[in-house]
Design a protein around this ligand. Structure first.
Ligand SMILES: Cc1cc2nc3c(=O)[nH]c(=O)nc-3n(C[C@H](O)[C@H](O)[C@H](O)COP(=O)(O)O)c2cc1C
Length: 219
């Protein structure tokens, strides 16, 4: 198949070594940030925060969060051009959702008369994913992975290399980025940039995916 989307997705890959001298342009970073913000989420909840790590100071802080585990990912903290921390709210509330419904009305997406219907009706879906302690972190985390997938695709189209990283330390990240996370949790991060020629063993390898018939069933 020769479609451009497939060509881009075949070319994107998980980078293992970054060229620390190469930076993603401001224009491309703007596209990435807009794309991430436009990600879809259940009931349009947007229960997330994205911390974009760009400065040397913030990179060093992220580097420090690898003190106890997953050191194989640590070099990306200072060598990648940017890192995004994907964070989700663990106790997403009706007040959080009210902000969304406000935006639905002010943007012209939802007629004002529908406000209460939307707030109560759609939020019942969040409630069905919330336990007796108000925890709905599994549901909100699933939403951040939609944003992650959307970002991976955007990067594929921009020709920018990336490394999704579940190999991070959520506890240390919570400590080190306490002020910015404001109670949200981060369990996955994305390093982005340009690979180091000759030293990135993953670069240029063929894709290793299960056969189409194993994963897609057309009925
Ligand atoms: C949610 C998620 C977490 C991942 N965590 C890591 C990680 O911590 N370190 C790493 O080097 N690769 C990580 N990967 C990369 C996967 O191993 C990689 O996507 C997979 O092998 C497919 O290869 P490709 O991305 O090159 O197509 C992760 C990928 C995803 C989607």
């Amino acid at each position: 198949m020769s479609h451009q989307i497939i060509a881009d997705l075949n070319t994107r890959y998980t980078a293992k070594k970054y060229d620390a001298s190469k930076r993603i342009s401001t224009e491309d970073m703007d596209v990435i940030k807009q794309a991430i913000r436009l990600s879809a989420s259940s009931i349009n909840s947007q229960p997330w925060k994205f911390l974009v790590i760009e400065s040397d100071e913030a990179k060093q802080r992220f580097h420090n969060t690898f003190a106890n585990m997953h050191q194989f990912n640590q070099p990306h903290a200072t060598e990648a051009s940017h890192i995004i921390l994907f964070a989700n709210k663990t106790h997403y509330s009706k007040d959080d959702y009210r902000r969304v419904v406000d935006a639905e009305v002010s943007s012209g997406h939802l007629p004002k008369e529908m406000y209460s219907n939307m707030l109560d009706g759609a939020f019942s879906f969040a409630e069905s994913n919330t336990d007796s302690e108000g925890f709905n972190g599994n549901w909100t985390k699933a939403q951040t992975y939609i944003a992650l997938g959307n970002t991976l695709h955007t990067l594929a189209r921009l020709g920018i290399a990336s490394t999704p990283m579940e190999g991070v330390d959520p506890d240390l990240i919570s400590e080190v980025f306490k002020d910015e996370l404001d109670g949200y949790e981060c369990t996955v991060a994305l390093a982005m940039g340009y690979h180091l020629e000759g030293e990135d063993y993953n670069h240029g390898l063929p894709k290793a995916r299960l056969a189409m018939d194993d994963v897609v069933t057309v009925l």
